[in-house]
Design a binder for this molecule. Sequence first.
Ligand SMILES: CC(C)(COP(=O)(O)OP(=O)(O)OC[C@H]1O[C@@H](n2cnc3c(N)ncnc32)[C@H](O)[C@@H]1OP(=O)(O)O)[C@@H](O)C(=O)NCCC(=O)NCCS
Length: 162
Amino acid sequence: MIRRGTEADHPWIAQLATEVYRDLGDYGQVMPQWLVQPGVLAWLDDDAGLRRGFAVLAFYVDHGLHRTVADLLAIGVVPAHQRAGIGSALLGHVVAVVSAVGPAHGITDLRLTVAHTNLVGQRWYHKSGFRPVEGDHGLYANGQRAIRMARPLDPIPSAIAV
Ligand SMILES: CC(C)(COP(=O)(O)OP(=O)(O)OC[C@H]1O[C@@H](n2cnc3c(N)ncnc32)[C@H](O)[C@@H]1OP(=O)(O)O)[C@@H](O)C(=O)NCCC(=O)NCCS
């Protein structure tokens, strides 16, 4: 099942992020700081107490765009459980949540960044409707170029447990 992450899950999320994003920088440092920011929400795939993956979403005001945005900060699945549909279920949940609550806040799309070296991730997001957004979106801590991708929201779903 997918459930909201709580403070008790923060160390686990940071540990898995450190593992799956080890090429990009030290997520063990940055993730705990993100998770306590206002507007940051986490979800976990939890199989009867066995945590298998996480997604971290942020709502914040982009001062360049002068509007609130929804940004998928990170998504990761325990390596032993990858390619079993868990990442897609988490991503689908995030899309559904943003589609449900975003329009009331002027949010029209869900965005994210992925490293230019992460071709698997880029292809995976492409399959879920994300497309690259032009522009310079900065660098990851270890120097990889950040590719920004975005996808429009879905029509408002009838029921979603946020
Ligand atoms: C990207 C990630 C979240 C996907 O989660 P997942 O549970 O493995 O993905 P799903 O099972 O829902 O989807 C599987 C699809 O993802 C792609 N994929 C995932 N891992 C792959 C790999 N190692 N090689 C090739 N394709 C891969 C394929 O399209 C695959 O479909 P297929 O099995 O039919 O070929 C997970 O692999 C992960 O944690 N990766 C490391 C962190 C990362 O790159 N995060 C996202 C980018 S910021």
